[in-house]
Design a binder for this molecule. Sequence first.
Ligand code: NI
Length: 184
Amino acid sequence: MIYPIVMYGDPVLRKRAKDIEKGKDIKELAADMFETMHEAHGIGLAAPQIGKGIRLFIVDGTTLEDEPNLKDFKKVFVNPEMVDEFGEPWAFEEGCLSIPNIREEVERPEKIKIKYFDENWNAHEEEFDGMKARIIQHEYDHIEGKLFIDYLTPLKKQMLKGKLGKISKGDVDTEYRILAPLKK
Ligand code: NI
């Protein structure tokens, strides 16, 4: 099942998402999220982006041909907990399916350590770096109610205000189905 993707301005994107009850079957939901994300050509998707305020996100970098070290990087993160972020901060131009057609440079630490469960409720504690860390950091922010534009300077944010207002109203071009909070 393909969900519409929630646009910027919806309060679900601004709430800290809630833990999922341990052992709950989330396989179908995760499969639906992969389908939704692939349809939109994304590499990460968090549950709030389909309107669900729960601590679940998925990543899939296996389709990126110019990123060979992501070729096995397809994962489900359930009730994740960021343990540490470390290393040199580096800048990369990020985008987000909930904020279409805007890309801006964001600086993040190069490495992370994260605890999470997979879709079978097996516990993991792992370190990631580079693009893998970057994708996880962006998705983890989503379940904390944070968006990549929060890292921009006040001036940059001011410059994006008009575009963001249009996105909230659904006045934006996408190749995927969207759910805009202020659409009349
Ligand atoms: Ni995003």
